[in-house]
Ligand binder design. Structure first.
Ligand SMILES: [Zn+2]
Length: 797
């Protein structure tokens, strides 16, 4: 190797290393992987899940049917149950054990998952703080599931192992494909005070009248999901990542104090036995009512509160094809109902609430339930269940056909607009969960966003259809900006496991909801998006979808390659920040048509960049490869033509050069008068944009003209596909622009709008003024003014 060759080689190596790093870290690289195929990081399609995102020809899922009897001991706050479970093995696999979830163990001090979080020294410690640090979790607090009996259908005991919140049952004989296995389990647990211990259910005690509201959730041992993509989903319940559940049919009989009202998943089977004659008559009236009808009145509830019954009654409910079953029980409940109709099918919409919430709930809850069912049915699939219920409780949580929602009035029955909208928002959200994940049954323990994100998106659509001025917090792009602009070490992708998310609400609810809204309004358009989203819901209703099934369906059904979108919004953490860096303006010049005017502005052409001379490493190696030279000598055809003629191996044909030299002449036809007239009025603007945030997004450019009219050009995100950092684009307008603004409708979640302007400063929008004042009432005006001043100073005119 001579000296020159060595030098060339070293330069090249430096260049290659720099390039490889650029792609990962350095925004000065013009091309990372933002538009590359997503298929390389999605699971391979197979006979269970197709490449189109649909269930495959061999798709299967398990089923579990439950027959449960239970009794609620109000005085001791204990629930005791006995259940017969029939498990259907629809998988192609032989099972030797099955897994059940004992979610109530989250409250046990010895059987909870107890995954620690990091901690640091506090300024001071109370004795109870120190006791907690002293591993007091080893003392049994008496909460959690107690399994008293577990047998097969013939009464033969079954072996089982409890691992924290999961229980493995040993099958007496292997369960083959298409076989069923029935077993019986008896259990009881101490119901927790949900106000003191947290969680999604338990009891709330009302000291003023001495009564309880019981919300019975995750209350029976439940089958884990066994699937083609995961096997057994038996990741521990840490009270964060929610549930993965198998569909099945339920029959549940609950014995409760005789004056309680029970609201539950499914349809009541024995109302004539548990309701008074008057209540039963009101139930019949409600079937065809136009407004909610009280089946149990406020007056009845108040009388029951005053003199609790010592007797018991048994309520019976049945539900088909549900993934879970929850119920509420209290003598405090007022119950109202009215029907809603979806594609001609009647759905009884109902609410139950205590006097503490009466004036707010009586007015809105059941109507919001009906509106939610109709709105979601429009965007996804027609609501398939016979009832939909909203039950008042201290916080919101969702189950099939029933959910628990907050929203109480002041003592005098009045309420604020905030309380009202908070209640309406949470009812829409929790009722909406019927669709995601109760029907489109994703795995919540792995992917919180798959139900919360999709549901929050539909919640936003539904809120806006309920009230055009509804103050939705999650969905509009500009509402996610504060999260997206956080330091990168505080962010994680949407595609993060439920247990590991730092900013749970922003990451798993708001960001995916916003992403879908951006996809719908700004990227795909409503027609394409709505069709594809409906397709996803239809394909995966009553099935178990994965993220890939959603990503694939949205592209497959719309004809839009959205790989870049999923990469940026779901796999990445970069925000959108597009800036206008410079603007060049050109007008028609009849004197210099060829040299300067419309036919090309040579003076503006960028200078040729200085490139150090180097040679490609493959060329050098090829020349030095003795084996290749040997082959040439042996007259093989391994070398290409130019290698051969350069060495006189092939005769050189000089006519080729001559033909290449004959370049086609450009004709410069003179413009007609009409054309001259026409083009003398147009303006050309060459705008240089840079992608400062990293997230590739459509560029929305609004021109404002001297006559105050505007024109908006929408450039699809694909403009960034050759250079993800900088693009230059020429726009033709028929009037002279006085200002240019990016994303005038704030639909891209651009985190720095100070670099979105060129030219005259646009007046502040009403929204901007409102936001600035809301954020800081004292100096709102100053806060509003600053970005404009900065833009003026930076951009000039
Ligand atoms: Zn939710």
């Amino acid at each position: 190797m001579n000296k020159i060759k060595q030098l060339v080689f070293i330069l090249m190596a430096v260049t290659l290393t720099a390039n490889a790093q650029d792609i990962r870290n350095n925004p000065s690289s013009n091309h990372g992987n933002k538009f590359e195929q997503l298929g390389t990081i999605l699971p391979s399609p197979n006979e269970y899940r197709t490449a189109s995102g649909a269930p495959g020809p061999e798709y299967w899922q398990q089923r579990a049917d439950y027959d449960i009897t239970c009794s609620l001991d109000e005085r001791q706050q204990v629930l005791t149950g006995s259940e017969t479970v029939t498990y259907y093995n629809n998988s192609p696999d032989v099972l030797t054990y099955i897994w059940l979830q004992l979610d109530e163990n989250e409250h046990s001090s010895i059987n909870n998952a107890n995954y620690p979080l990091s901690s640091s020294l506090a300024k001071s410690y109370s004795i109870s703080d120190l006791k907690k640090l002293e591993e007091n979790e080893k003392v049994d607090n008496g909460y959690g599931d107690i399994i008293t009996k577990l047998t097969d259908a013939t009464g033969k005991p079954l072996g089982f192992t409890i691992n924290k919140t999961m229980m493995r049952i040993e099958l007496p004989t292997p369960l083959k494909p298409k076989q069923t296995f029935s077993f019986k389990v008896n259990w009881h647990y101490k119901i927790s005070d949900r106000m003191a211990m947290g969680g999604r259910g338990g009891y709330e005690y009302f000291p003023e009248d001495g009564n309880y509201i019981f919300t019975m959730t995750q209350w029976y041992p439940r089958l884990c999901v066994y699937s083609d993509f995961q096997g057994w989903q038996n990741h521990q319940f840490t009270s964060r990542g929610e549930f993965a559940l198998t569909f099945g049919n339920f029959k549940v009989q609950m014995t409760v104090p005789a004056d309680h009202v029970v609201m539950a998943t499914g349809e009541g089977q024995n109302y004539p036995e548990v309701l008074s004659a008057a209540q039963l008559a009101r139930w019949q009236t409600a079937q065809t009512a136009k407004e909610p009808v009280e089946i149990v009145t406020l007056d009845e509830a108040k009388k029951r509160e005053a003199s609790p019954s010592n007797a018991t009654k048994t309520w019976i409910f049945k539900a088909e094809n549900v993934r879970d079953f929850a119920w509420g029980s209290s003598r405090k409940f007022v119950w109202d109902a009215m029907p809603a109709y979806v594609e001609g099918k009647k759905i009884m919409c109902m609410s139950a609430y205590a006097k503490e919430a009466y004036s707010l709930w009586r007015r809105y809850s059941t109507k919001v339930v009906a509106h939610t069912i109709k709105s979601y049915s429009h965007f996804t699939i027609p609501y398939p269940y016979p009832v939909a219920q909203s039950i008042e409780a201290s916080n919101g949580m969702e189950y099939p056909m029933i959910c628990f929602n907050y929203g109480r009035t002041e003592k005098d029955g009045t309420y604020t607009e905030t309380a009202k909208n908070g209640m309406i928002g949470v009812i829409i959200h929790e009722v909406g969960h019927n669709f995601f994940p109760m029907i489109v049954n994703s795995d919540e323990r792995q992917w919180t966003w798959m139900d919360e994100g999709l549901n929050t998106f539909c919640q936003y659509l539904t809120e806006q259809l309920w009230d055009n001025k509804f103050p939705s917090k999650r969905g509009p792009a500009y509402e996610i900006v504060d999260y997206m602009k956080m330091p990168k070490n505080l962010l994680e992708p949407i595609m993060t496991n439920s247990e590991n998310i730092e900013n749970f609400g922003a990451n798993a609810y708001a960001k995916p909801a916003t992403a879908l809204n951006v996809l719908r309004e700004t990227v795909m358009g409503r027609d394409l998006f709505d069709y594809a989203f409906k397709q996803y819901a239809t394909r995966w209703a009553f099935k178990h979808p994965t993220p890939a099934d959603l990503f694939r369906t949205m592209g497959d059904a719309s004809g839009e390659n959205l790989d870049w979108f999923w990469r940026g919004w779901f796999y990445g953490i970069e925000p959108c920040d597009i800036s206008i860096d410079s603007v060049k303006h050109a007008v028609y010049d009849p004197e210099e048509t060829v040299k300067r005017g419309l036919r090309g502005d040579k003076s503006n052409a960028p200078a040729k960049p200085l490139v150090l001379p180097f040679e490609d490493v493959s060329k050098i190696k090829n020349r030095e490869d003795k084996q290749i030279v040997f082959q040439v000598d042996a007259d093989t055809s391994l070398r290409d033509f130019y290698w051969r003629y350069d060495r006189g191996i092939e005769p050189y044909d000089s006519t080729i050069d001559a033909s290449l030299a004959e370049k086609p002449k450009r004709t410069t036809d003179p413009l007609s008068k009409e054309e001259q007239e026409k083009y003398s009025k147009v303006h050309l603007y060459e705008i240089s944009f840079s992608n400062k945030g990293g997230l590739v997004m459509p560029i929305i450019v609004q021109f404002k003209f001297e006559d105050s009219t505007t024109e908006t050009e929408r450039i699809p995100a694909q403009i960034w596909r050759h250079n993800e950092n900088n693009v230059v684009k020429v726009f033709l307008t028929t009037k002279k622009a006085v200002s240019i603004q990016l994303d005038p409708m704030r639909e891209t979640a651009d985190i720095d709008e100070s670099n979105n302007y060129w030219g005259a400063i646009p007046p502040p929008s009403k929204f901007a003024a409102f936001k600035a004042n809301a954020a800081n009432p004292r100096n709102g005006a100053a806060a509003l003014k600053n970005p404009m001043q900065i833009s003026n100073e930076q951009k000039g005119k």
